[in-house]
Structure formats: structure tokens, C-alpha cells
Design a protein around this ligand. Structure first.
Ligand SMILES: Nc1ncnc2c1ncn2[C@@H]1O[C@H](COP(=O)(O)OP(=O)(O)O)[C@@H](O)[C@H]1O
Ligand SMILES: [Mg+2]
Length: 319
């Protein structure tokens, strides 16, 4: 177990693979014998779906083991339950806190005031990352499947706003401690993106915003990267236009395939080449972003446990 707990925050535009990458990173760390907590804060139950287990309760559950004795626990952080914990901690309300529900305070905190919601969610992550087990920390690493790039800076920074409101006292101390953890060298905010114009631009904007908020940016993860399916010779022949229908038709006939498919094959190859070019262009843009890049291939059979192990292998340098 750790001398201090690492916090990996995984953000990215929706659908780029945040949940998948967060889970693969957890597996990667567990593969090194670490005890890891993988948590989600958006109430989507994406982790449960990914690991094919029933919806996660507000309780840490072991969902996987790694070779070498590592373990992955998962937690879906529920803001209402976190609010009761928070109130109990500050006001020692204990079970009486539940009575507050009758006054609608929970509705207020979780639906009316989104900032309050973020305070609770980050507060719970802080609690897990600082929790002790004897004279060590309970987890070696906490991995957060975080809100999307457009909201991440504000989300991680919400306790700086709290600190601005509470000048003194326990709430101020808690807010300061959380910001200290968010900005410490133990924390890394990783950005997941696909190699398309919009998400790449959002990634670059996200890095700028996180940096100006003094939040530590980790790796940029290029996900769903399409491997090139063509040989160098074929690529050159396609792009110079020297690959003729007749040549392709002859090759098809030689392996007993329908020669009439030649024009469609050339069109398909040209489209593939164009997508590869766009991908390469976006990769070049990211190469100048000042952060290390890691690439994950688009796995054509989808994401199962085997696929997670495969992606985990590629994420070793983050762990
Ligand atoms: N490297 C990959 N190869 C194949 N499919 C992937 C890969 N990464 C993610 N996916 C799939 O893409 C979809 C979106 O991924 P998900 O992790 O849920 O994204 P997010 O959490 O950012 O919304 C899911 O169906 C997931 O299985
Ligand atoms: Mg998700």
C-alpha cells in the first residue's frame, strides 16, 4: 500500500472513451499489484456496465483482481449520500441528518445548486484518497471517471470557490485541503480524445484552462485510433491515382473473388486513406500540445474484459 495515494482524473469529450480508459488504467495499476479505487461521479453506472456487474451501490465493491495481488474496487458516488456524510462530518448529525431530507435540503443541494453537488463529489474523492488503513493509505491510487473536458476545470476547482466564501473554520480548512490535493504532484488530469477536429480543439482548450487553474495535466490519450489497413505501396498507388481498376480486378480474379468489386474497393481504399490523413493531421496538432501522448487502437470487437487488459497494457506509462 501507498505512502501517499495517487489521484488520476480521466476527462474527455463525451463518447471518446473516458469510462473505458479510466477502467483500463485501473486494471493497469492493479496489474502492478496496486490497490485501486475506480469511481464515477456522473451517475451513469458506466463502470458497472463495462464490468458486467449489477449497478454499483454507494459502497466500495471489489470488481476485479490484477495479477500480482492488485485489486480494483469501484464506487458510484451518489451526491445525496455524500451530502449526508458531509453534514455528519461537520455537524455530527449522524442519523438525524436523514431528517433533513424532509425539509428538502437534499433536493436543494443536488438539483438547485450544481456547485454544491460538485463540492460533495470532489469531497468524497478526497475522503477516499486520504483514508487511512492503519498507518498507510487505504488505496494506492484513486481513479476518477470525471465530467467532460468542457466542465472539468470548474469541477476540480469548485473548492477554490468554497474557500473564497468560507473565510475561516472547518469548511474553509476542508476546501483548502481538497485544493491542495488537486494541485499536488500526486494528482494527474488525463484527457481522452479521438483524432477529430472538435474533440482535439476541446482537448487543447482543456489543457489551457487546467493549466491556468494550476491543475496538473497528465497524458493526452488518443483513443479509437484506426490502424492503417493498407501497405505503403498500396497507399502510394492509391494517392497518386496509379492504381487502376483493371489491376485490382486481376488481383481479385487470381484469388477467386468477384472482379466487379474492384471500383468499390478502390473507392473504399481512397476513403480510408482520407480518414488516415485527417487522423494524422489531428495527431500532429496534438504533438505540439506540450503533454505526452498515448495511443489506443480502435478494437473492432468492442470492449470486454480481454480488451480492457489489452488497453491496460498500453497505459502502463501512466501508472
Ligand atoms: N479503444 C476502443 N476500441 C473500441 N471501442 C471503444 C474503445 N474505447 C471506447 N470504446 C467504445 O466506445 C463507446 C464510448 O466509450 P465510453 O468509455 O463509454 O466513453 P465515455 O465514457 O467518454 O462516454 C463505448 O461503446 C465503448 O465500448
Ligand atoms: Mg462514461
Amino acid at each position: 500500500m501507498a505512502l501517499s495515494t495517487q489521484l488520476h482524473v480521466v476527462t474527455g469529450k463525451g463518447g471518446t472513451g473516458k469510462t473505458t480508459v479510466a477502467a483500463a488504467l485501473a486494471m493497469s495499476l492493479a496489474g502492478r499489484g496496486k490497490k485501486v479505487l475506480l469511481c464515477e461521479v456522473e451517475g451513469r453506472q458506466g463502470i458497472a456496465q463495462l464490468f458486467d456487474v449489477p449497478p454499483l451501490p454507494y459502497e466500495e465493491r471489489q470488481i476485479a483482481v490484477g495479477p500480482g495481488g492488485g485489486e480494483v474496487y469501484a464506487l458510484a458516488i451518489d451526491p445525496e449520500a455524500a451530502l449526508l456524510e458531509y453534514l455528519a462530518m461537520f455537524y455530527r448529525l449522524g442519523r438525524a441528518g436523514k431528517a433533513l431530507d424532509k425539509f428538502g435540503i437534499i433536493d436543494f443541494a443536488t438539483t438547485i445548486a450544481p456547485g454544491v453537488r460538485d463540492v460533495l463529489l470532489t469531497g468524497k474523492v478526497y475522503e477516499a484518497a486520504r483514508r487511512r488503513d492503519g498507518n498507510r493509505f487505504a488505496y494506492d491510487a484513486v481513479i476518477m471517471d470525471a465530467p467532460p473536458t468542457g466542465r472539468i476545470s470548474r469541477f476540480l476547482n469548485v473548492n477554490a470557490e468554497v474557500a473564497g466564501l468560507a473565510k475561516v473554520g472547518p469548511i474553509r480548512r476542508q476546501a483548502d485541503s481538497i485544493m491542495q490535493m488537486m494541485r499536488s504532484p500526486q494528482t494527474r488530469v488525463h484527457l481522452v480524445t479521438v483524432l477529430e477536429e472538435m474533440p482535439v480543439q476541446e482537448t487543447i482548450d482543456g489543457i489551457t484552462e487546467l493549466t491556468s487553474d494550476r491543475l496538473p495535466v497528465g497524458h493526452v490519450i488518443l483513443n479509437l485510433v484506426r490502424p492503417s489497413m493498407l501497405s505503403v505501396a498500396t497507399r502510394e498507388a492509391l494517392s497518386s491515382g496509379s492504381l487502376k481498376t483493371a489491376t485490382v480486378a486481376t488481383s481479385l480474379r487470381r484469388v477467386d473473388l468477384d472482379a466487379a468489386a474492384a471500383p468499390a474497393l478502390i473507392a473504399g481504399g481512397t476513403a480510408h486513406l482520407e480518414r488516415q490523413r485527417l487522423q494524422d493531421g489531428q495527431r500532429e496538432i496534438l504533438e505540439d500540445c506540450g503533454r505526452p501522448l498515448v495511443e489506443l487502437p480502435l478494437l473492432s470487437d468492442g470492449i470486454d474484459l480481454g480488451a480492457l487488459y489489452e488497453l491496460a497494457e498500453q497505459l502502463k506509462e501512466l501508472a
